[in-house]
Design a protein around this ligand. Structure first.
Ligand SMILES: Cc1cc2nc3c(=O)[nH]c(=O)nc-3n(C[C@H](O)[C@H](O)[C@H](O)COP(=O)(O)OP(=O)(O)OC[C@H]3O[C@@H](n4cnc5c(N)ncnc54)[C@H](O)[C@@H]3O)c2cc1C
Length: 417
């Protein structure tokens, strides 16, 4: 039976990157993937275009990662956002920086990224074992035994890269948490983040597909004020899009413990203060007294949303702006700047871009990604209790932690650490 130096459990973004770095370090490497192909989630990233990283220096990333920035700092120095761009360029995948600093392959195809990683790993002799769901991981004095049904693999080191619990249809169902627990690790409760918010409000169904460019989503939940800005989208069952996704990251813990409903507000014109908007409305009404309220609202908001705002404000569609009573004018400002939505929770793991929670970072050495509890055991990617905002930050976590884990595992097996 072949004994591997490094066995990588999971063939997602982090698993593929770890395999390349472990093999480049001279280790004999196997990747065990439960799906019949690697990188299924990777292929879905960035709507199939794969937002591989973000344009920014390490300080920018550390700040964006907030609670987990300190833990990730060393891995970012080892394999920075710039290294990501260079690494893929050397494998023939050039990239481009788009609006707001998002970095994509010039092909606009996630498949190019996955194929480049897989081909490099294959070129280095990594053995891929497909269609095997690892169901056991134990360690004796020196080696690990990995089981997948009737199959058994022996390895000197193991890197667990099974991801979180988000988008379970693609393979990440949280299996790795069990292995980590059995080997002595603490799991911070996994909760969905970067996801949509769900509401039972009937009026939202009429707005399915309506997008708004620049909103602020805000609420006070369990005494904590939470706000995020950016584009949003009405999903029919609730609200989604970048501003809402970001909100669910900031409020992940609070949203996981909602009892009943909470009131979330949307500022539909986030660029203006309430007073700016009130004044602009007054000036416009003065200059255009005959303009109908609905027509005015449709100029500043998508038409379907404008009609709903008019209904909420109890304003007849034909009312000219000059005849808008002061009370209704105040209500209109209130609706546009503080639109209330009663939210019952998030859309859950099925639609969450990432999982917040996972293996406690206190139990992992940030210099190597090796377990502080079980020597020879390494972690990388989403299984760790680390997460970032939308925009290429989460794949950068996968690349940086996996490159470091792969390199460290290979060094350990060659006796260099
Ligand atoms: C729809 C969507 C779009 C996204 N777009 C972006 C983006 O554009 N940019 C960005 O930065 N981030 C994006 N993300 C987040 C990003 O995809 C993840 O952060 C990243 O994939 C995490 O990599 P990972 O390798 O840790 O986990 P995963 O990619 O989830 O890989 C885990 C792998 O382990 C395998 N596995 C699990 N259990 C077992 C087992 N028991 N035995 C064997 N194999 C197992 C799984 O099948 C899977 O292949 C997106 C996420 C989603 C859901």
């Amino acid at each position: 039976m072949v004994k591997f130096d490094v066995c990588i459990v999971g063939g997602g973004a982090a698993g593929l990157m770890a395999s390349v770095f472990a093999a480049r370090g001279g280790a004999v490497v196997a990747v065990v993937e439960r799906n019949t192909a690697v990188g299924r989630k990777l292929l879905r990233t960035g709507r199939g275009r794969c937002n591989i990283t973000h344009d920014g220096d390490i300080d920018h990333f550390v700040k964006a990662f907030d609670f987990c920035g300190r833990f990730l700092k060393h891995s970012l120095y080892e394999f920075s956002p710039e290294s990501t761009i260079d690494f893929f360029a050397k494998l023939g995948v050039k990239s481009k920086i788009e609006k707001d600093g998002l970095v994509f392959p010039t092909t606009d195809k996630a498949a190019t990224v996955k194929n480049a990683l897989l081909q490099e790993a294959q070129r280095l002799g990594v053995k891929f074992i497909y269609g095997r769901r690892v169901d056991g991981l134990v360690k004796d004095d020196s080696d690990f035994t990995i089981t997948a049904g009737d199959d058994t693999i022996t390895s000197k080191s193991v890197i667990i890269v099974t991801g979180g619990k988000s988008w379970p249809d693609l393979g990440s169902t949280g299996d790795g948490y069990q292995f980590a627990k059995l080997l002595g690790h603490t799991i911070v409760d996994p909760i969905p983040a970067l996801t949509s918010l769900v509401s039972g409000a009937k009026w939202l169904t009429k707005l399915q597909g309506v997008a708004v460019g620049d909103v602020k989503v805000f609420a006070k939940i369990a005494g904590k004020k939470i706000a995020s800005t950016g584009p949003m989208m009405f999903t029919g069952k609730g609200i989604g899009g970048p501003a809402v996704f970001e909100f669910t990251r900031f409020a992940a813990e609070q949203l996981a413990n909602i009892k009943g409903t909470i009131e979330v507000h949307i500022d539909l014109l986030a660029g203006d203060t309430d007073e700016d908007f009130r004044q602009a409305l007054r000036n416009f009404a003065f200059a255009n007294p005959k303009k109908k309220v609905l027509s005015y609202l449709s100029d500043i908001l998508p038409a379907r949303l404008a009609a709903e705002v008019a209904v909420f404000t109890d304003i007849s569609e034909d009312t000219p702006l000059s005849q808008l009573p002061k009370k209704k004018c105040t209500k209109l400002v209130e609706m546009i700047k503080h639109l209330p939505i009663h939210v019952t929770g998030t859309a859950g793991f099925a639609q969450a871009t990432i999982t917040r929670g996972g293996v406690d970072t206190k139990e992992i050495d940030p210099q190597t990604m090796q377990s502080k509890i079980c020597p020879g055991l390494f972690f990388a990617g989403e299984i760790i209790n680390v997460d970032g905002p939308c925009g290429g930050y989460n794949l950068q976590i996968a690349w940086s932690t996996a490159a470091l884990a792969g390199k460290s595992a290979a060094q350990k097996e060659s006796g260099r650490t």
